[in-house]
Write a protein that binds this ligand. Sequence first.
Ligand SMILES: Nc1nc2c(ncn2[C@@H]2O[C@H](COP(=O)(O)OP(=O)(O)O)[C@@H](O)[C@H]2O)c(=O)[nH]1
Ligand SMILES: [Mg+2]
Length: 246
Amino acid sequence: MSGRYARIIPPSDGIQLRVPSREYHIVVLGAGGVGKSCLTAQFVQNVWIEAYDPTIEDSYRKQIEVDGRQCILEILDTAGTEQFSASLPLTAHPNLLTSCVKPAAMRELYMKSGQGFLLVFSITSLSSLTELHELRDQIVRIKDDERVPLVIVGNKSDLEEDRAVSRSRAFAVSQSWGNAPYYETSARRRANVDEAFVDLCRQIIRKDVATAQVREMERGDRVRRPHKRRRRRRQVEKPGGMCNIL
Ligand SMILES: Nc1nc2c(ncn2[C@@H]2O[C@H](COP(=O)(O)OP(=O)(O)O)[C@@H](O)[C@H]2O)c(=O)[nH]1
Ligand SMILES: [Mg+2]
């Protein structure tokens, strides 16, 4: 998070308030081919791209307003390594070597810095939903937080005839993850794409506000405590005070 960006809000009384925009880090995770890049491209650039290079891992920035608050989103569209089998020659793609050897440490790093996670599977692939369990476990462990902001996304909802994951099955996962919101999206039709990202952003904001309140209370506590100590010290300095009353 940073307060680098600011906007001017002209309030009704004519005074201008500088309200810092917040920067939030979102990570898009899921098995290869589920539509992470297509969803990200639709959300950030409003474009449908039929074929994405599966090895591409890139981050994008987008400014949005959520509940009157300006947010700058830094979105990391991750590339899975699972689509590369060991039998593939390492010369098959220029990025292949780096993708294959990309250590788990790299994943840990972006899980650590991410504040919200879009866990994407395809409704046409049950295994892509199963794979999310490991990712979610890892996020919870690394963030040491069961309530980490996340959204479960069942993509390719336009392929209803190929559905392999029922809604009830996805809802059961959502319930077992503390009622994490579940969205069915279609990157192809741009259905529910904004809704999923905005929900995640809202969760991050709520967490951000709650953390700031706790910090404020702790600071208040620290400010109050020294006064008590000073008063007690003064009593010690005037030992005769109490005797006078008696
Ligand atoms: N029908 C349909 N195909 C999609 C959708 N989203 C992605 N795809 C296709 O799925 C393939 C993989 O998409 P991509 O975004 O590259 O997947 P990633 O590996 O998770 O980033 C591509 O051929 C896309 O055209 C969708 O919502 N509906
Ligand atoms: Mg991709």
